[in-house]
Design a protein around this ligand. Structure first.
Ligand code: TYD
Length: 136
């Protein structure tokens, strides 16, 4: 699949700043796909690694609602690491990108907006399979 880490984007999530606390909002025009699922990772031990897979069709946006974590991304040729630590920044991950998430800070919450409902057949969980997928 012809996607690369160049297709990754940081999306600015609009916010209303207020001395009483900030308010961020996600409306349909902010996310470049229709959201069909929302899930979140929480109570993640700092030593844990999440992800370790790619998706064939799924688009996702990751937001550090609280705390911070690192997202390691690979497209089969190049790789990059993005630290998410702001509730008003979303990381767009396109299909065909291998991701591993780690270094979760205590109390961090990773919100995920997803373009499809959960479907195990959309996952590529073996890195060798991922490399083959990228060649097709
Ligand atoms: P997985 O996507 O592998 O988690 P992560 O990438 O964060 O490490 O999912 C872990 C388990 O949770 C797996 O058994 C599938 C299940 N799951 C659902 O049932 N629904 C979902 O929406 C998601 C994301 C996972």
């Amino acid at each position: 699949m012809i996607t690369s880490i160049k297709n990754l984007e940081i999306i600015d999530i609009p916010k209303v700043q207020d001395p009483r606390g900030n308010l961020a909002f996600i409306e349909k025009d902010i996310i470049p796909f229709h959201i069909n699922r929302v899930y979140y990772l929480y109570d993640v031990p700092s030593s844990a690694h999440r992800g370790g897979h790619a998706h064939k069709k799924l688009y996702q946006v990751l937001v550090a609602l609280s705390g911070s974590f690192e997202v390691h991304l690979k497209d089969g040729e190049n790789e990059t690491k993005i630290t998410l630590n702001k509730p008003d920044k979303g990381l767009l991950i396109v299909p065909g990108i291998w991701r591993e998430i780690g270094n979760f800070s205590s109390g961090s919450v990773c919100l995920v907006l997803a373009s499809e409902e959960y479907d195990e057949s959309d996952y590529i969980r073996d890195y060798e399979d991922f490399k083959l997928f990228k060649r097709t």
